[in-house]
Ligand binder design. Structure first.
Ligand code: TTP
Ligand code: MG
Ligand code: MG
Length: 467
């Protein structure tokens, strides 16, 4: 191995160790509340020496916030299973139709990737009122894009291929790319199916080249694991990062510093500010304000007089690139519940079978929620609302964590025995609390490990007598 290759190898190893140390640190320290985290950072003042302070102490790290957005997300996920469509104009929209089923009817031994391009439905043959969710970049060249009617788009690009929306598949990839980011940079805020904010400030590589080194690592790791590309903007705050992630789409990285405000942010149309919608845009246009710089040129008081106290002051701040909102990591849920209000009031005795079925269904739904989100809980509770709108709740804590529908049903049934059931009921609900992650030490310790069905025959028989 050459000295150069060895050096590169060590650098990579070091980065991995660094990441692991960082991750262990984060796991062993409880999350800091967003308000506190936000307060830890301080933007450098004009003229301040950014490298070292006067006392030769290293300066606190600069606040670096990234916004990451996947490129043509739904379409790119579809292209993973239909790689033969790469480079072609493709739109995603409408429900699954007969023709979509037909092309998936494959001869034995062939895969989705073998379906000939000519077999895919074309936009010109589409009839209906569906709209485009997204379009591949080659399709966008024809002027078509999100939210456009499919039949209108057909006029602009009749030869474009059309695929139905498959949310489950997009959600699967959404979870996957977010987990990859979390493993590298744990302070991440979910912003929807295909985008997140990430606090780069304290992450290794997050300060190097203004955040480009870390952005490159994240981009590459996501691509290697999924085959999907994304674009990342790194800036002093969320506001600018969000704009910056669009600067160099697709598969781009844009680094914006405080000093770039005039050259890179002020020329942008006002609609590029996250929070300025069509209505505010229209009003700004009426005043002749077209760009972010136009807003910045106005006095704060003038903006307040014309747009109101909150909006005017906010416009002033954003036009000067100021935004100190923290990157808010998702807080852990403490409980999950399901409840249902009946179409007609039900009685515990007269409508026993119906109530029993609904009750069991709710328990199964809560169990599914827990399992899907990866939690187990120990405190099982019920809620009833009577015909007089009075509410009764009861709960019981069991000795093991569970996400099992039958175990939840059994304990919820025990709770039912402790509430009056004479009056008709309007609503019934089931809650599981004292949640921990299914892979947390508490959940997996032998004394409290998650249980599957632990229903003893006697207990099952006892609860069955209540609806
Ligand atoms: P976007 O990130 O806005 O768009 P995109 O990822 O398709 O393309 P870009 O490269 O410009 O980021 O939206 C993410 C997904 O959300 C998109 O793939 C489809 C869906 N979506 C809709 O369903 N309707 C819409 O109007 C928009 C804008 C998006
Ligand atoms: Mg996107
Ligand atoms: Mg997006």
């Amino acid at each position: 191995m050459s000295a150069k290759a060895r050096a590169a190898c060590y650098r990579r190893l070091d980065a991995v160790r660094h990441r692991r140390r960082k991750w262990e640190y984060v796991r062993s320290h409880p999350p800091v509340s967003p308000a506190v985290r936000g307060a830890r950072y301080r933007l450098p003042q004009p003229g301040e020496n950014r490298g070292v302070t006067a006392s030769n102490q290293p300066a606190p790290p600069l606040r670096r916030i990234a916004h990451l957005d996947m490129d043509a997300f739904y379409a790119s996920v579809e292209l993973l299973r239909y790689p033969q469509l790469k480079g072609l104009p493709v739109v995603i929209g409408g429900g699954r139709r007969k023709v979509d089923e037909a092309i998936r009817d494959l001869p034995e031994g062939s895969t989705l990737a073998d379906i000939p391009v000519d077999a895919f439905p074309r936009l010109k043959d589409y009839v209906g009122r569906g709209v485009i969710t997204t379009a591949t970049y080659p399709a966008r060249q024809f002027g078509i894009g999100s939210a456009m009617g499919l039949m209108k788009a057909a006029k602009l690009c009749p030869q474009a291929l059309i695929l139905p929306v498959d949310f489950d598949e997009y959600r699967k990839y959404s979870r996957q790319f977010k987990q990859i980011i979390l493993d590298i940079a744990p302070v991440m805020q979910d912003r929807g199916v295909d985008e997140v904010y990430i606090d780069f400030t304290d992450v290794p590589g997050g300060q190097r080249e203004g955040g480009r080194v870390l952005a490159r690592l994240i981009q590459k790791t996501i691509f290697d694991a999924t085959g999907l590309t994304c674009s990342i903007g790194v800036a002093p705050n969320k506001l600018i990062a969000k704009m910056a992630s669009e600067f160099d789409k697709p598969n781009g990285i844009s680094i914006v510093h405080e000093g770039d405000l005039q050259t890179r942010i002020w020329p942008l149309p006002v609609r590029k500010v996250n929070g300025i919608g069509p209505k505010a845009d229209e009003k700004l246009q009426r005043f002749g304000l077209r760009t972010v710089g136009d807003i910045a040129a106005k006095e704060r008081d003038w903006l307040i007089a014309n747009f109101g106290k909150a909006t005017g002051a906010w416009m002033h701040e954003v036009s000067w690139g100021r935004d100190d909102r923290p990157v808010e990591t998702e807080s852990e849920p403490v409980s999950m519940s399901r409840e249902t209000t009946f179409e007609r009031n039900l009685h515990a005795v007269r409508d026993r079978a119906e109530l029993g079925a609904i009750f069991t269904h709710l328990c199964e739904k809560v169990a599914e929620d827990l399992q899907r989100k990866g939690y187990v809980g120990k405190t099982i509770g019920i809620k009833l609302r009577y015909d007089d709108f009075k509410i009764a709740t009861r709960d019981q804590t069991i000795d093991r964590f569970t996400a099992d529908g039958k175990a939840i049903r059994q304990t919820a049934g025990q709770c039912l025995k402790r509430v009056p059931l004479e009056r008709p009921l309007r609503l019934i609900g089931v809650r599981v609390g004292a949640l921990v992650r299914v892979d947390s030490p508490e959940a997996t310790s032998p004394a409290t490990s998650p249980t599957r069905a632990r229903t003893t025959p006697d207990a099952a028989a006892a609860t069955a007598s209540l609806f």
